[in-house]
Design a protein around this ligand. Structure first.
Ligand SMILES: *[C@@H]1O[C@H](CO)[C@@H](O)[C@H](O)[C@H]1NC(C)=O
Ligand SMILES: *[C@@H]1O[C@H](CO)[C@@H](O)[C@H](O)[C@H]1NC(C)=O
Ligand SMILES: *[C@@H]1O[C@H](CO)[C@@H](O)[C@H](O)[C@H]1NC(C)=O
Ligand SMILES: *[C@@H]1O[C@H](CO)[C@@H](O)[C@H](O)[C@H]1NC(C)=O
Ligand SMILES: *[C@@H]1O[C@H](CO)[C@@H](O)[C@H](O)[C@H]1NC(C)=O
Length: 399
């Protein structure tokens, strides 16, 4: 009895002694910047993807893999307003966020009839998934989700056991990237709407194949696995956006943790949970002493500073918060939760940048292509989403 009590008080001490989430995550600058970005969208609509190295959004045609993130962020701000209400301190009262999310997503609708975004149909579908949370009967959003899912499902090859990520000149060269794990959730949403269980089967087959071929024994991941589409055999494992074929690109690792954690959430298959935990362990074990997530865990430290990737940090934070949900002991849950909060604190300290149009700087879009030291629309999206998660779990208070 006595030792139980001692343990209990230690746990409480550990929790109360831990660093709280960064207050910037709940700053009125969040809604203010999202609204300013909405008002500045070009007409006809183009979507922000990343900023210049001085913080100005760069706009891209709707047929771009990142188009769904900005409208989905507006929906996340709507969620926050529902959670917190509007106060002068939180600044959430400056817009009807549901209307902003809806208006911002309409330019994506023609993509349902076909687009050039390969596997990234899941990312494109995000605003419509959010819309169905607000209005489950919205036919436009339902049709969009079914259409995007159909496009993704059509990319499935049963010989390989995956959906094709990127198109290639040689159609037998079947390229799959770890990022693709994030797009599988769409297939479950479409299954719910249609009752078509083939969609779920495609998702689990893709995840099982990825589990087998994309992960190294130490829990790190390759960015790209190339399969032969006619034989199903692995041709090559390599990088595209990372430092080298043997290195671990941090955003890919974050997509992997989150993707497998989502697969566990959607199926209850323990293998996905075990895999997500393995990937998370590698990620956390390889964050350097300064707490900053580098763009690639194996990229050289010289010349310093090695560029960070704020988007890998915010994606991983959401993934870790999800993993915390599935722990049955308080200590294990606390470990993931506090790791997520530490990552958010450190990246906020480095990259919160009031004068930029994006919320965060220090994103790496594509280092080999020399596109880094930018804001990213996906990094910002997952930053806002992580803040909402913390509020929903009672780990942060509304301002
Ligand atoms: C339905 O969803 C679409 C696409 O997200 C949106 O543009 C539209 O405003 C929504 N309509 C209603 C009535 O909810
Ligand atoms: C279910 O989805 C698969 C994949 O898109 C498709 O090939 C099949 O025709 C669908 N089945 C029905 C009954 O619509
Ligand atoms: C795939 O295998 C087929 C049959 O062996 C071969 O003709 C083709 O060149 C291979 N493709 C690649 C990309 O290796
Ligand atoms: C930054 O990361 C370090 C190491 O992970 C952690 O100990 C520290 O608490 C973090 N800093 C903040 C401000 O959270
Ligand atoms: C973070 O961004 C600032 C501003 O662009 C830059 O000066 C700094 O070197 C970056 N640090 C890292 C670790 O990427």
């Amino acid at each position: 009895m006595h030792s139980h009590l001692a343990l209990l008080s230690l746990c409480i001490l550990a929790v109360s002694g831990a660093a709280p989430p960064p207050e910037q995550l709940f700053s009125p600058l969040v809604p203010k910047k999202v609204l300013a970005t909405f008002k500045a969208l070009p007409n006809p609509t183009k979507y922000p993807q990343y900023t210049t190295t001085t913080g100005t959004w760069q706009y891209f045609s709707p047929d771009t893999w990142t188009s769904g993130f900005f409208p989905a962020t507006a929906y996340e701000v709507n969620t926050r307003r529902k959670l917190c209400g509007a106060t002068p301190a939180n600044g959430l009262g400056i817009a009807d966020w549901l209307a902003v999310g809806r208006a911002a997503s309409t330019a994506e609708l023609p993509l349902v009839n076909g687009n050039g975004q390969g596997h990234d149909q899941g990312f494109l579908s995000f605003p419509f998934v959010e819309e169905l949370d607000a209005n489950p009967n919205n036919q436009t959003a339902q049709t969009a989700i079914k259409g995007f899912a159909r496009i993704l499902a059509d990319r499935f090859n049963p010989v390989v056991g995956c959906t094709r990520s990127w198109n290639t000149a040689d159609p037998t060269d079947f390229q799959v990237i770890i990022d693709n794990m994030m797009n599988l959730e769409l297939l479950f949403h479409a299954e719910t709407l249609t009752g078509n269980s083939t969609l779920r089967k495609i998702a689990t087959t893709h995840a099982d194949t990825t589990m087998k071929n994309h992960i190294r024994p130490d829990g790190s991941t390759w960015h790209v696995v190339e399969y032969n589409s006619t034989t199903g055999s692995v041709i090559k494992k390599r990088t595209a956006q990372g430092y080298s074929d043997d290195s671990t690109w941090s955003r890919g690792q974050a997509w992997g943790i989150y993707g497998f954690a989502n697969m566990f959430r959607l199926t209850g298959d323990q293998n996905y949970l075990i895999t997500a935990r393995r990937l998370a362990k590698y990620f956390l074990d390889n964050i350097p002493a300064d707490g900053i997530v580098p763009w690639d865990f194996n990229a050289p430290l010289v010349p310093a500073p090695r560029p960070a990737d704020s988007s890998a940090a915010t994606i991983a934070a959401n993934a870790l918060l999800l993993l915390a949900k599935y722990e049955t002991t308080a200590a294990a849950a606390e470990f993931y939760t506090q790791s997520a909060i530490d990552i958010l604190n450190n990246i906020t300290h480095l990259a919160w940048n009031p004068s930029w149009q994006s919320l965060l700087s220090n994103g790496t879009v594509n280092k080999p292509a020399n596109n880094y030291l930018t804001g990213t629309v996906y990094g910002d999206h997952y930053y806002v989403k992580a803040g909402n998660e913390l509020i929903m779990r009672g780990l942060a208070r509304c301002t």
